[in-house]
Design a protein around this ligand. Structure first.
Ligand code: EPZ
Length: 420
């Protein structure tokens, strides 16, 4: 397992090209199961979760080849309809293959995902939505077994706005007979991008970008080429990194429109920010103001940014509160931040941060990819040397993380370690 060794105390200054969105690619790749043929998914980030999804699709008979950031997929011959536990346990997004398989092939056997580091994450909305479309589902020794002669369009309301469940049910509905109305659907940009790809494939979807999606089922879809949208979470992570160190950063290949709430919050914290069509420029000349944050569904602050914001608030002179309304126990990074000398207390689904204390380097451990990123950010402002262990979590969702940070002045090295 690798670790990062970080020397704190450096200002970050420079330019970073943002990679394609991990959560964008993880939604587009399973869509290739809906129509046999070849797909070129450009701007695909070269990172662990994409490799995991590629291996899962390979096990179904789908050819996947990633050359740099160009992913070539050939789903002409799907030979299996089973997503085994060995894949799904590594990555919850593997569950996305359920909807397309049952819609296109009338059958699927997909392992239930394991709980994530921050607790169990149910899939009941995925299952209820597919059942509403007529899929017969049963649970057999940890697997969801799905059968359907033909899915039938219907109305379905998501009790909770769920990115994954919206993606799964939306993909299935495109090949159902008749019309489907999805209400309280997720509006995250990755879902909007998936819907746009499905329309390119011949699907009929109205309401794209809103929480009300109307789908008119079609008999078949066709393969397409599609560019993955920029990764808004990676972008937010680097903006926060520059802000914490009092630096200056220009992000290119980014969509500022996907980050309006994060940009507004960073301005509230005292950052000077300029944007144009595909760039965001940030400069921070002082310590950040202590600003409370509530993570919620899009277009609010993403839950995938709350840990990084907590690290930013460690640099603020004053007390702030970070609340996560999506995952109420996604605070595994807090005990590790405390090892760096932070004064943070978790109360219910909030972290109370007493900022302004000088952090000092320590050995800390990543528990999930955003927590790991937050620990690296905190190490950037800690005095002396920090080591961040189990960085395979970070490698799941960030392409060339340490190279990008080094390119803007951070002292961060990847070191191979024996298994621990
Ligand atoms: C997606 O996960 C993202 N992953 C997550 O990003 C992100 O944190 C999350 O959406 C929220 O934005 C991918 O896109 C691959 P949800 P997903 O279904 O789809 C509850 C990262 O860091 N829920 O939107 O699994 C659930 O417990 C990852 O890149 C149900 O109750 O999340 C949660 O409280 C981590 N039943 C809420 O909905 C269900 O059937 C939102 O979860 C499904 C979800």
């Amino acid at each position: 397992m690798d670790k990062f060794v970080v020397q704190g105390g450096r200002k970050l200054n420079g330019r970073i090209k943002v990679s394609g969105a991990k959560n964008g690619s993880l939604a587009l790749m399973p869509a290739s199961l809906l129509a046999p043929g070849t797909y070129h998914l450009s701007n695909t980030p070269n990172l662990r979760d994409v490799w995991t999804m590629s291996r899962l699709l390979n096990s179904l008979g789908v050819f996947c080849e990633l050359n740099g950031n160009d992913l070539f997929v050939d789903s002409t011959k799907v030979t299996s309809f089973e997503a085994p536990y060995e894949h799904v346990k590594k990555m919850r997004a593997s569950f996305y293959v359920l909807g397309p398989l049952v819609a296109r092939y009338g059958q699927a056997r997909v392992s239930l995902p394991g709980g994530c580091a921050w607790g169990p994450r149910p899939v009941d909305l995925h299952l209820k939505g597919l059942e509403k479309l007529g899929a017969e589902l049963s649970l057999e020794s940890g697997y969801v077994v799905a059968k359907s002669s033909k899915l039938i369009g219907n109305k379905f309301h998501f009790d909770i706005s769920s990115v994954g469940a919206t993606g799964n049910v939306l993909m299935a509905a495109t090949l159902a007979k008749g019309n489907t109305l999805l209400t309280n659907a997720a509006t995250e940009p990755e879902i909007t991008a998936l819907a746009r790809m499905l329309v390119q494939m011949g699907a009929k979807i109205d309401g794209i970008g809103t929480s009300q999606l109307e789908i008119e089922g079609v008999d078949e879809l066709k393969p397409v080429n599609q560019e993955t949208i920029p990764d808004r979470i990676e972008a937010a992570t680097f903006l926060i990194a520059a802000a914490m160190t009092g630096g200056k950063i220009e992000l290119t290949n980014v969509n500022p429109y996907h980050l309006t709430s994060v940009i507004a919050k960073l301005e509230e914290a005292g950052c000077e920010i300029d944007v144009n069509a595909d760039k965001i420029m940030l400069e921070m000349s002082d310590k950040p103001n202590p600003i409370d944050l509530i993570a919620t569904t899009y277009p609010g602050i993403p839950t995938d940014v709350q840990a990084q914001w907590t690290s930013l608030m460690l640099a603020a002179n004053g007390t702030s509160k970070v609340t996560d309304t999506i995952y109420t126990d996604r605070f595994k990074h807090v005990p590790e931040l405390i090892r760096l000398g932070a004064d943070v207390e978790v109360v219910d689904n909030s972290a109370i941060i007493k900022g302004g204390k000088q952090l000092s380097g320590a050995i800390v451990m990543s528990s999930d990819l955003r927590a790991g990123a937050a620990l690296v950010l905190a190490a950037l402002i800690a005095e002396g040397t920090s080591e961040i262990l189990r960085i395979y979590h970070i490698d799941r969702g960030y392409e060339d993380f340490e190279k990008k940070l080094t390119s803007i002045g951070a002292s961060i090295k990847r070191v191979k370690t024996e298994l621990i």
